[in-house]
Design a protein around this ligand. Structure first.
Ligand SMILES: [Zn+2]
Length: 96
């Protein structure tokens, strides 16, 4: 187990970078996408799923960009199953 120690003395500790546009945002403004150890790509609404996580803006434009640039593929270093971006888009459509 190799854990990176993060000091919690910074106000920025809740900020994460969008893998698509590179903007730093509060965790609450981003969607967490997780690759499980089985290789499934899931949207982690609770923030508690185990696996490798990536953050993306809660923004349909960012999803579109991610899809065309294959940002998730690069981030997770694997093939993203068909329908994943579609799933993301639906997720974004629900949240306003
Ligand atoms: Zn973004």
């Amino acid at each position: 187990m190799s854990q990176k120690k993060e000091k919690m003395n910074s106000k920025k500790c809740h900020e994460r970078m969008c893998i698509c546009c590179g903007q730093m945002k509060e965790k609450g403004e981003l969607l967490r996408i997780v690759k499980t150890k089985d290789g499934d790509i899931l949207i982690d609404k609770t923030g508690k799923l185990n696996g490798r996580g990536a953050y993306m803006c809660n923004d349909a434009e960012c999803i579109k960009k991610a899809e065309s640039k294959k940002t998730l593929e690069r981030s997770f270093k694997c093939k993203i199953p068909d329908g994943t971006y579609e799933m993301l888009n639906k997720e974004f459509a629900v949240e306003t």
